[in-house]
Design a protein around this ligand. Structure first.
Ligand SMILES: C[S@@+](CC[C@H](N)C(=O)[O-])C[C@H]1O[C@@H](n2cnc3c(N)ncnc32)[C@H](O)[C@@H]1O
Length: 214
């Protein structure tokens, strides 16, 4: 990573997930969900539908809205909802019993090699140790498996300024070209990269979807 050293940022990841334990209370607020979080989830569902994946991991699943939607709408064989925060997972568990919730870090998911056909992640990758998480996604995916990640692009300065201070200090948002390089360095082939479609101007919530195959 370029903005901080791996060590300094990731050593503080415990602080981030502790923060999310508290934020879990506010997270499901409907306006926040509709404007910020739901459009990327629509994109991920569409990607999964096209890929016909039957074994799926949602990493940094938070309160489990996307993982529960995947289970409900796509009815795959298995969905793992993985998150480092106990507080977020507590809400997730009450949302669905169709998902296998796992209190695991992105960098060490504890699943066997080739366990899944798709790894997805929305608004969480900026907290991960990027290289370690991508290596872990590569390990648990079958050859040809789908990787779909949404995260904010740091190119919108004022959108970044709206991030809570804890996020600004402890997360790192790779710009799209750096994201491509990271994903390719982990052994994936990029198939698509573009802004997420949403009802707001993209400059307001500048999410970028990156899709790749193992
Ligand atoms: C902004 S929330 C996103 C939740 C969900 N993906 C969504 O789009 O609604 C970020 C989540 O990433 C989780 N997280 C942060 N670092 C993590 C790590 N290293 N491994 C797994 N989860 C992590 C936090 O606990 C939090 O639940």
């Amino acid at each position: 990573m370029s903005a901080m050293t791996e060590g300094s940022a990731r050593a503080l990841n415990g602080l981030v997930t502790h923060g999310w334990n508290r934020a879990a209370q506010l997270y499901n607020f409907p306006v926040l969900q509709r404007l910020a979080y739901r459009p990327p989830q629509h994109e991920i569902i569409a990607q999964l539908r096209m890929s016909r994946a039957h074994r799926i991991a949602d990493v940094g699943c938070g309160t489990g809205i996307l993982a529960a939607r995947i289970a409900r709408e796509l009815r795959p064989q298995v969905v793992y909802g993985c998150d480092a925060s106990v507080g977020m997972l507590k809400q997730a568990r009450s949302r669905s019993d169709q998902v296998q919730w796992r209190n695991r870090r992105a960098e060490d998911l504890g699943l066997p090699d080739g366990a899944v056909e798709a790894v997805v992640s929305t608004h969480a990758f900026h907290f991960f140790d990027h290289a370690a998480a991508l290596a872990e996604f590569h390990r648990i995916l079958v050859p040809g498996g789908l990787l779909a990640i949404v995260l904010n692009s740091p190119r919108s300065r004022w959108a970044m300024a709206l991030q809570p201070p804890a996020v600004q200090g402890l997360a790192y948002f790779p710009p799209p070209d750096e994201m491509r390089a990271l994903v390719e360095a982990a052994g994936f082939t990029i198939t698509e990269q573009r802004p997420v479609r949403r009802p707001l101007p993209n400059s307001m919530v500048p999410d970028v979807l990156t899709v790749a195959r193992r």
